[in-house]
Each structure stands twice: as C-alpha cells, then as structure tokens.
Design a protein around this ligand. Structure first.
Ligand SMILES: [Zn+2]
Length: 714
C-alpha cells in the first residue's frame, strides 16, 4: 500500500446554537476521532480540525427569541461544545470558530478568487421581502407549507419533517418569521456557484473514480443529485450576520453559511499552523495529502458536490473520502432537538462522567456502545437497555473480566511478576493463541483503513474473548494444585502456569494497543496497571509478543469498568419521557413566538381504548403540601401531596415551570395507582397530570374551587 504523505481529517462543523446530542457524536465526530487516533498511533503526519459554525440565520433568529444577541449565543455555546467533545475524548488538533477574523479573511479571499476568475455568476431575481421588518427573508426567516409533505412549518431552506432542501419560492403560503406577515417580492442581486458547469467533473470523479471506495449510500445520494440536474446555487444572502461579501455593490450581503462553513476547515488549519509553527499549505495544496471529511448524511450534498467544486476552482486538493453516517434513532423514534427527543452530550457527561471518580471510563462506555451500533450503512437505534447490555455483558464480562483475571492470577500464581516463557513446553493451544494475537493487528488495520469502525472494534473485543477461552481451557488455577512434596507446584506445572500467564499478559498488552483508538481512557488505565508509558500504545507494537518484559512487576488489579445498574437505566428512561412532556429544554431551537401563536400544534389522537381500560386508572384530587428542588436535577421537584387517605411523595419534572414556593397549597389531579418509580434515588408514588399549552408551558389540571383532598376523578 502506498501511504499518503500526510492526512487532513475534518469533522462537520456543528452549529453553535445549542447543545449537541449523541446522535451528532456518533455521526461525524467519534468515527473521525477513532480514525485519527489510529493514524497518530502509527506516527503518521495527521491534523484533525473542527470548529463551531457560527453563521446562518438560525443563530440570529434564536437570539431574537431569547432576547439576546447572536454574538451572545455563539459565545455561550462555543466553549461548552468544545468542552463536551473534550470530555468524551474527541481529540481535535484544533477546535476553531467561524466568527474568528482569520476565518472571515480566509472566506473572503476564497470568494474573491472565484469571483475574479469568473467562476461565479451574478443574477438579479425577485426574492421575498418583509416590508414591516424592512428586510429580505433568507432561509429560516421564512416559513410556509412544504410542497413535498405538506408540513406547515417548513423553512425557506429545508423542511424539517421530510428533510427536503427547499428554496423560499417553493413554499406554499410563505410567511415572514419576523413579523408573521405575508412577504412581498422585491428585486435583489446575488452571486451563484454554477454547479451545472461542473456536471462532467462530478460524474466522473464520484460515480467513476470513487464508485467503489466511497460508501454506497454516499455514491447513491450523489448520483440522484447529479441525475436530477445540477443548478446554480446562490452563495450570498441579504443578511447582516455572517461574512460580508467582498465585492462591489454587495452592501448588506453576506456569504451563504454553506459557502463559508466548509472554508472553516481551511481557516482552522491555518490557525493550527499558527499555533504550532507549521505550514498549513501542504495540507490543502499538496496532492500527497489525504483529505477525509467525516459527516452525517444530511451534509452529503455540501461535502461531495458543492465544496469539492469550490476546492477545485480555488486550486485545492479534493477529499479522498467522505465517510458519511446514516442517522441514529433513539428508543424507537428519530432523535430531534426541536421535539426534545435526544440525549445531549452534556447530560451524559453530567450523569455518568462528572459524578464519579475516574468517570472518564464512562466516556469510553458511550464510545463503545455508539461504535457498536454505528449507523455506517443504515439507520441504527440507541436504547438505554442496549447501552446497559453492551457495558455489562461485553465490556464488564468479557474485556474487563479478562484483564482482571490476568492480573489476579499473575499475582496469585506468579508473585506479581511477568513469568518467563518456556519455549520447549509450549502446547498447540499456546501457539494458536499467540498466532491469534499476531493476526488481529492486520484484521483491525484493514477494517479501519476502510472506515469500518464497528467491525474493527468487534475484532478487538473478540481477541479478549479468545483470551478468556484460552485461560478457561488452560486452567492455571487447577494446574497449580499439581504439587510436589514441598507443597509448591511441580516444575512441569509451574512451566504450564508460566506459559499461560505470560501469553495472557502479552495478549492483555496487545488489547491496550488495539483498543486505544476506540477507548483511549481505558488504554491509558491499562498502561497504568502494566506500569508502562503511553508510548507502548504505538500501533507498531500491535501483534508483538514481547511487550511486557519477563520479571517485570505489575500493579494490583483494578476493575476497568463498573456494572451499570437497572436503576440508572430506569432513571434515564424517565428523564427522556419527562423531557418530552415538558419541552422547556427545547429553548435551544425555539421558533419565533409569532409563528407559534399562529399555528398551535396538536398531538395525534391516540388509538381507541374501551371503558375498562380507562377504569383501571385511579385519579384523585390532591393538595400539594410541600415542594422542594431535587439536588443535581434541574427539571425535578420533590412534592408531598395530601390525598386525604395518605400523604405521598411524588417526583415531578416541572421544576423549570414552577417555583416550589408558588405551588404549595395548589390542588392537582394525581394518578394514584401508578407503579412506584425511583428518580434520583427518590421513590415517586404517583403522577401529576399536566396540560401543555401552545407555547410549551405547563398547567395543572385542578378542580374549579377547592374541594376535599382524595376526591375521585372520573
Ligand atoms: Zn416536507
């Protein structure tokens, strides 16, 4: 294989308008990080860049909704996002941001070069204009009915229900999201990237040259775009938030966010070079650089068609591959920020990493499960049950258990030292196991080179499985009972024990090297236990049988992973359900109030039930006698509710809607025969009924005028 001289790896720039969820992590970040860690362990020249995408209409719209500025929004989310990635072990060489002056300068230079070379077209057209707000309505400033699926709140750039890319002209009944008025049409001038001029290039480059090495889902989507007819795409917008267009008569215009965002990869590389004293140019200009974009499938058109055309025109190298992932669903439904059906990285970090000592191991548990169910070729599904099973029955029972047994037995049967290998006493099983250790390297390597991360991880775990089986067959603890007159194992027995533990420990060291790209915190913990420096994790060491020296003393065993309890899973499921009921956290994607008021949404009517079903539910009127916040749970209140016949503790996900002191004395409707559930260690005995209004605010369901607590409701 001819190795590239250097690598530039990118992960899609996330929008700095809210917290990102684990579906994002699984799509564009974790696989890239695994790939980069693998390359770095091989001592290859590699730079991994990413950053916050801080332009686009979503950010100023959110600022208006939250009564703040666009700058305040990005300044709030950029550092949190950077920290979230770090906590989960995503090891960018730089996490830049597109609001940085260096980026503005880079994007303007890029545009100017294309414009000067005649690569862009200038066209005047009639576009929607809001007379009251005195502004053109780009992208998310306009809403209407989707021509594809009839969804009434489709944006001017995309329908969030069916996913179709739209232009404002395609919307039926367009409405300004600023004023709620019907917009008029007004002439304006914009710059366009004429993709149609590049059809032959794209056809040849993607559908011929990369037909076999790119994922078929990616090639398939590109083909349908190309076959559907490529059109000129506007690269400027009438807006004041973004990179100002560096051209004559471009007052009040900025670069379209999808023109400037991918250029962010270049500015990030420039900033990295400034920070490290390196030269950024070869990474974007030398053909011996391998450029790889990791993205989610919603970004295929931009990374496979538009940006490559821009790069070609600008004189840069083209991506060698664009590994795009499908979507990850959550507990049977699509992950969605607007519907609050998601697990934010921050939430996982709060609940599993920051809470415990050595919590970074829990970052690896998430990395493990997300790789195991990676949506590489089709949509996949995250379930908390699956997460628990993957941890308890694979990481704990197979990988962790193997490493632990090695250390325990080595201390018990070999005085805490790496025993010698007696070549003359090696059995066929010993030799076969040694061959497995040597062979795994190549298997993992081949899969990683093809971006098959899930399969590669399987091979690593499989080696620990082989280790367990080997140990089980050799039974050194039984062999140790073959004692001589002095009570010690016979010489022959000790040789067998030595060989078994020697091979087991070398396998253990190999596991650390091989697992390092996937579970970096675990690999480092293993190095600590083996008292070796991180340098042992160099990829070259994989497949070697002498990583640990004979006679070397190792540390006492420590568990690598802990079991995840049923109660933790129950808590997460409860949290997910209560979050979707009270959509308060959806503030990150809140739509302008004007639109919400115009179009209240109604949930579908659930399927029919018979009276007996209803009669099973015991509803009573209760009076809240006390309320307090639950520690470390910003959404939960612990309530005492007087039900007449008894007073109960009920935990309710309403803390963001009500202050404890305001609700004492209120009457509420309670489901009293719901099975008790533990939340944050508190047993909740019942559920309080709430109604949610069109603005997402919660209201109690209570009797008209005060009545006796415990009164039945039917
Ligand atoms: Zn639609």
């Amino acid at each position: 294989m001819n190795l590239p001289k250097r690598y530039l790896i990118t992960s899609a720039l996330p929008y700095a308008n809210g917290l990102k969820h684990i579906g994002h992590l699984a799509g564009a970040y974790l696989p890239a990080d695994i790939y980069v860690r693998y390359l770095k362990a091989q001592k290859r020249d590699v730079v991994y860049v990413c950053g916050s995408d801080e332009h686009g209409t979503a950010i100023p719209i959110q600022a208006t909704a939250e009564g703040t500025t666009a700058q305040a929004i990005i300044d709030k989310y950029h550092p949190i996002m950077a920290q979230n990635f770090k906590d989960l072990g995503i090891d960018f060489d730089i996490y830049h941001r597109t609001s940085d002056p260096l980026h503005h300068e880079t994007a303007r230079e890029f545009f100017t070069k294309l414009n000067d070379n005649g690569n862009l077209e200038i066209k005047e057209s009639e576009q929607y204009f809001d007379e009251q707000a005195n502004t053109f309505l780009a992208d998310r400033y306009i809403k209407g009915t989707c021509p594809n699926c009839a969804y009434e709140n489709a944006y001017g750039d995309q329908c969030e229900r069916c996913g179709k890319s739209l232009s404002p002209d395609e919307l039926i009944n367009p409405v300004s999201t600023l004023s709620g008025n019907t917009p008029i049409k007004k002439a304006t001038k914009h710059w366009y990237l004429p993709l149609d001029r590049h059809e032959d290039f794209l056809r040849n480059w993607i559908l011929k040259e990369h037909a076999n090495d790119w994922r078929s889902t990616v090639v398939g989507q590109c083909k349908s775009w190309i076959d559907g007819g490529l059109q000129a795409r506007a690269v400027t917008r009438d807006l004041d938030w973004g990179v100002k267009v560096p051209a004559k008569d471009a007052e009040g215009k900025v670069l379209y966010v999808w023109f400037d965002a991918p250029i962010g990869y270049i500015s990030a590389t420039k900033q990295w070079a400034l920070n490290t004293g390196k030269d950024w140019r070869p990474y974007w200009e030398d053909k011996e650089t391998k450029l790889v974009h990791f993205i989610g499938k919603d970004n295929i058109v931009f990374h496979c068609l538009i940006f490559p055309v821009m790069l070609k025109l600008h004189g840069n190298i083209l991506p060698d591959n664009v590994p795009s992932n499908e979507f990850m669903n959550l507990e049977g439904d699509k992950m969605s920020t607007s519907r609050n059906w998601k697990i934010e990285m921050q939430d996982y970090i709060d609940d599993f990493i920051n809470k415990e000592n050595g919590g970074s191991q829990m970052a690896d548990v998430l990395r493990y499960y997300l790789t195991l169910i990676a949506p590489e070729t089709k949509d996949s599904e995250f379930t908390w049950q699956g997460f628990q099973d993957a941890n308890n029955s694979e990481l704990v029972s197979i990988f962790g258990n193997y490493v632990n047994r090695c250390f325990v037995l080595m201390h018990k049967l070999c005085k805490g030292k790496v025993p010698p290998l007696h070549a003359e006493a090696l059995t066929d099983l010993d030799k076969a196991t040694m061959a497995e250790i040597q062979g795994t390297k190549e298997k993992v390597e081949n899969l990683l080179e093809q971006y098959k991360f899930r399969d590669a991880l399987f091979e690593v775990i499989n080696l620990s499985r082989i280790g367990n089986q080997y140990m089980q067959k050799k039974e050194p603890w039984i062999v140790a009972k073959q004692t001589a007159e002095n009570g010690q194992p016979t010489a022959e027995a000790q040789q067998s024990i030595d060989n078994t533990l020697h091979i087991c420990l070398q396998l253990c060291a190999n596991l650390a090297v091989l697992i390092n790209p996937f579970l970096p915190f675990t690999a480092r913990k293993m190095c600590y236990l083996m008292k070796v420096v991180d340098k042992m994790l160099d990829w070259d060491n994989a497949g070697k049988l002498k990583l640990l020296s004979v006679g070397y003393t190792l540390r006492a065993p420590e568990l690598l992973f802990r079991k995840i309890e049923d109660s933790e899973i129950a808590y997460q499921l409860e949290k997910l359900k209560s979050a979707i009921v009270s959509r308060e956290a959806a503030v990150v994607s809140k739509e302008p109030v004007t639109m919400e008021e115009n179009s209240p949404k109604f949930a579908d009517v659930k399927s029919e039930i018979v009276f007996d079903d209803f009669a099973k539910i015991d509803l009573r009127v209760g009076t809240i006698v006390s309320a307090e916040k639950v520690e470390k749970a910003d959404k939960l209140l612990k309530l005492s509710v007087d039900l007449g016949f008894e007073t109960r503790t009920i935990v309710s996900g309403i803390a963001l809607h009500f202050k404890p002191e305001d609700i004492v004395g209120k009457q509420v409707t309670v489901v009293v025969n719901l099975a008790p559930r533990k939340m944050r260690g508190i047993e909740s005995n019942g559920m309080i009924l709430m109604a949610e209004d069109a603005n997402g605010k919660l209201h109690f369901i209570n009797p008209e005028g005060e009545i006796n607590a415990g009164a039945g409701v039917s």
